[in-house]
Design a protein around this ligand. Structure first.
Ligand code: T68
Length: 828
């Protein structure tokens, strides 16, 4: 038993005076600067250090309590965490935002200026990575024992610039000033093995054993990011792994005297965690990507087993004490890796290990699109991870035996279900590995889960219907309302109190006031102020001047054909042509934001044409304030929190059946934007929640899309019947919007006329009709305000807290463990 002084935790004061002292001390002791000369960045760092020491204190309290209470833990394995800025979020969730603001003011520093200096932590592409960040925040807020594992990419999502119209990618060097939020844990390192070969050891009695020999090794070193819950003392942990060369690595060449080669090889081995792949909807298929996946999975599983054993549990208790969630198939190799660890390293029998693994894992699917489904060539897997290939064969063998038994003679079904795809040059289907190795598989919206069961995983669903569940996505109201929209937060507080911050369903208390004229006015005033705030940012970033009194119509998301930015653009061109022809159209600002994957030529072409159209429209004196078009550069979490509260209209116009869920749709609706949307992803559930009067639904349903495709679409025939649409397409392809090279948009015209794979042309008439319904309502300010207020009041279901409870109850079987105020610490 350690002496009391040894077990004592500091319990730092959270009042203005205490904070001021910590910050002033940190400038000297941590930053190493004279307070008289400290820059704003020095103060930012000092503030961050003052918060982080308070966070780690609570983190340790939380950990002690979880250990004392024998809790079951969930581990979230994700290649991506799209966190954004951490300073304000940490201040708020720690409950010290206002005292810190005062403390900084006392030190002569404006907190808001400081907050703006921070780079986004953009360790993700889009929805999938942002969902992971929301889930971690909610786990802590609700007091669940939940930990994130991922990769500490040196370079996150690229920074987007336009030169002048097309996208140029710049490296995101987010760690260049160091990072005050992370705790490097050089004591937490695990060896990660690649290449080499497998040796079989036959035992006369008992199972054959395998060892994985030779090959290369790198170390995975832990960096910890404490994650604070809002309104609670719980602080959880996000552990990100960075690749470090092993000592062996060094010695090999240093001893041979090839110093330069040794250093180069060391650097090469550390590239594993260097960069996030910027693809959001296509499988990457590169060896380095497979190595990234295995690297973080292996380190995380070794760490999880270490903790499990250190807490005194035996391996048979694994599924009772540990749940592991696979965020998409990117970590699916975990199924094979856990088998390797249990069977080869801990010497469990195969059958026992398999039972434990399957009861521990669950898998979330985020896409139905074939090009996004990860498959690895058997040959590559055999070379990089030879032992895992053997394990996958064994898993597949056992699985297919089961299928044969159930469906004798059905060889087609065997081929469809097999983890190995024999059709396309032998590939490992990672989604199949994830389904076979998990006890639960979930989609992320009701329609998506239904389509998973009917299409992608139909055969698996027939085999194991009980394995499939839906968990509709959600968003955290702490970031997406309290932080992003302080004005609406304040208004809500005045009207219905603050309970909704912990239980978003309580927004419903607003419903009875939806037609209260005072509330409507206040609500519209808040929206207008948010639009002014956005207009200032747009002026600063693009030079374009926006009128806050016209409708702000917003489409912000990754650029992809299926998300149909082209549908919105055709509408812009159509409106522009009609304005020039002297027609009277409802005025609007159209704002796009989003990045294209660097290798996705069509998406980059879409960005270019939007920028070119915007440039002409915005400079045409005949147009004035009636139409403005902006492509907001480098859309990221921090700019999203300015754009979203300012939106009147939210564009959610994907071809039905393609968007798994969407979460931007939820953030925008929560902030009072009305949705123009297809019956796709979570839009359907949003419609059910907010009611037909607060949403503009249009276009083909998922079934109709399938039917339309079967009938052989004919965009030319549709164009022949729609003169406005035809004129817009002609205007683009004529080169009207390109000054230098009129040929560049001919290809886009051909694409729309002859390919149109996502049915932009077929849905156009319905789309513009929906936009007109929105225009009509918008013109009636009272009616609009009422619809928008009801929209906010009915969005409670889309809280990430509900999502996390669904996972906890349906999949993880964990319960909240709120940290009591300083019990173990003995302090007040
Ligand atoms: C999104 N997927 C879905 N993928 O498209 C969206 N990164 O409908 C859903 O709301 C969201 O996930 C959350 O469930 C992604 O964001 C990626 O970013 C991705 C895909 C492949 C590789 C890497």
């Amino acid at each position: 038993m350690a002496a009391p002084e040894v077990t004592h935790l500091p319990n730092l004061p959270n009042d203005v005076e205490g904070l001021r002292q910590s910050i002033r001390d940190a400038v000297v002791r941590v930053v190493g600067e004279d307070p008289r000369q400290a820059t704003e960045r020095d103060w930012m760092e000092a503030l961050a250090f003052a918060i982080r020491e308070r966070m780690v204190e609570r983190r340790l309290l939380t950990r002690r309590q979880f250990a004392d209470e024998d809790v079951k833990r969930v581990y979230y394995l994700s290649m991506e965490y799209l966190i954004g800025r951490m300073l304000e979020a940490n201040l708020r969730n720690m409950g010290i935002l206002e005292p810190a603001r005062q403390a900084m003011a006392d030190l002569g520093v404006n907190l808001d200026t400081i907050l703006d200096l921070e780079d986004d932590a953009a360790l993700g592409n889009g929805g999938l990575g942002r969902l992971a960040a929301c889930i971690l925040e909610s786990l802590a807020t609700q007091g669940y024992p939940g930990y994130g594992y991922g990769i500490r990419y040196e370079f996150g999502m690229f920074r987007q610039e336009f030169e002048p119209y097309h996208q140029v990618e710049h490296p995101d060097n987010w760690l260049r000033y160091g990072n005050p939020w992370e705790f490097p844990r050089s004591d937490r390192k695990y060896p990660i093995h690649f290449y080499g070969h497998v040796v079989e050891h036959h035992h006369p009695r008992g199972e054959t054993r395998y060892t994985w020999e030779n090959g290369e090794e790198v170390l995975a070193m832990a960096y910890d990011y404490p994650t604070a819950g809002y309104g609670r003392r719980n602080v959880n942990n996000l552990r990100l792994w960075a690749a470090k060369a092993t000592r062996d690595f060094d010695l090999r060449y240093f001893n041979e005297g090839d110093y330069i080669r040794a250093v180069a090889d060391k650097a090469e081995s550390e590239t594993i965690s260097m960069v996030l792949y910027p693809n959001d909807a296509t499988a990457i298929g590169k060896e380095l990507r497979l190595k990234q996946e295995y690297f973080f999975v292996s380190a995380s599983l070794q760490d999880i087993l270490d903790r499990h054993l250190a807490l005194g549990y035996n391996l048979d208790a694994l599924p009772d004490k540990v749940a592991i969630q696979l965020n998409d198939t990117h970590p699916a190799i975990a199924v094979a890796e856990l088998m390797r660890l249990l069977v080869d390293c801990h010497e469990l029998s195969w059958d026992r290990a398999w039972d434990l693994a399957r009861r521990t894992f669950a898998y979330t699917n985020h896409t139905l699109m074939p090009e996004a489904l990860e498959t690895w060539p058997v040959e590559l897997m055999e070379r990089v991870l030879p032992r895992h290939m053997g394990i996958i064969y064994q898993i597949n063998h056992d699985f297919l035996e089961q299928v044969r038994h159930r469906y004798p003679g059905d060889n087609d079904r065997l081929a469809r279900l097999s983890i190995i795809d024999e059709q396309n040059g032998r590939r490992v289907r990672m989604a199949h590995l994830a389904v076979v190795g998990s006890h639960r598989v979930n989609g992320v919206a009701a329609l998506h889960t239904q389509l998973l069961q009917e299409t992608l995983f139909e055969d698996f669903y027939n085999l194991w219907p009980e394995r499939f569940v839906n968990v509709t996505n959600g968003v955290t109201p702490r970031l997406w309302m309290i932080q992003a929209n302080p004005a609406l937060t304040e208004l809500l507080g005045q009207r219905i109190g603050n309970d909704w911050q912990y239980d978003l369903d309580r927004l419903r208390a607003l419903e009875p006031y939806a037609h209260d004229a005072d509330l409507q006015k206040a609500f519209l005033d808040v929206k207008r102020a948010n639009k002014v705030r956005l207009a200032n940012l747009v002026r600063e970033r693009t030079g374009v001047e926006l009128n806050p009194d016209v409708m702000f119509d917003v489409q912000i998301k990754r650029i992809h054909e299926y998300k149909r930015q082209l549908l919105k653009l055709l509408h812009v061109v159509d409106l522009y042509r009609r304005i020039r022809a002297g027609e009277d159209v409802a005025p609007r600002v159209v704002l796009f934001g989003g990045k294209a994957a660097p290798g996705y030529a069509r998406a980059k072409g879409i960005i270019q044409v939007i920028n070119e159209v915007a440039d002409i429209v915005n400079h045409d004196p005949a147009v004035g304030d009636r139409l403005k078009c902006v492509f907001f550069p480098n859309y990221e979490v921090s700019s999203a929190s300015i754009i979203i509260p300012a939106a009147d209209v939210s564009e959610q116009i994907s071809t039905a059946g393609f968007e798994a869920s969407g979460t931007g749709n939820m953030k925008l609706a929560l902030n009072g934007a009305l949705t123009i949307g297809t019956l796709d992803g979570a839009n359907i559930e949003i419609r059910d929640a907010v009611g037909e009067e607060s949403i503009f639904i249009f276009g083909m349903t998922a079934d109709e899309v399938v039917e339309h495709r079967r009938n052989g679409p004919n965009p030319e025939a549709i164009l022949a019947q729609q003169p406005n649409l035809a004129a817009a397409v002609e205007m683009i392809e004529s080169g009207f919007f390109t000054c230098d090279d009129p040929g560049t948009h001919g290809d886009l015209g051909r694409y729309l006329r002859h390919e149109d794979p996502f049915f932009v042309i077929a849905d156009y008439a319905a789309y513009t009709e929906a936009c007109e319904r929105a225009d009509t309502l918008y013109a009636d300010r009272t009616a609009w305000a009422e619809a928008a207020i009801l929209n906010v009041a009915r969005m409670g279901y889309f809280s990430i807290d509900r999502t996390v409870r669904d996972y906890a109850n349906q999949i993880w079987d964990i319960i909240p463990e709120p940290v009591a105020p300083s019990r173990t610490n003995g302090a007040a």
